[in-house]
Ligand binder design. Sequence first.
Ligand code: 5GP
Length: 114
Amino acid sequence: MSEDLFLKIINREIPADIVYETDSVLAFRDINPQAPLHVLVIPKTHIRTINDIGAEHTALVGELFTAAAAIAAEHGYADDGYRVVMNCNEAAGQTVFHIHLHLLAGRSLSWPPG
Ligand code: 5GP
């Protein structure tokens, strides 16, 4: 079995509503959406937290953002706007330890976040 939940989604061991995929990136709808569009964008490589991102990952992390922008545009949110956020460790609310961008769109998003 895979060592983390999102690797299980990558390996199709558990189902997900996949909206975008490349050789290196996968994106799927969050199971508990916080906005009309709430997609998680993940690398297919296991990286536990932002603290574990190394120089060898910079292109891959860039791809997470270009993927998020492409998904937002595909769903019609490029001009209205959207939010991407990545939580790091417990104090920020990270619960799945495989880095993921949250892409949130479709409602007005307040700032600062809770
Ligand atoms: P975090 O709290 O780590 O920043 O975000 C983890 C996200 O993963 C949460 O928004 C949670 O709803 C989502 N999540 C947890 N388990 C699953 C699952 O099995 N499938 C999907 N699609 N999302 C999940």
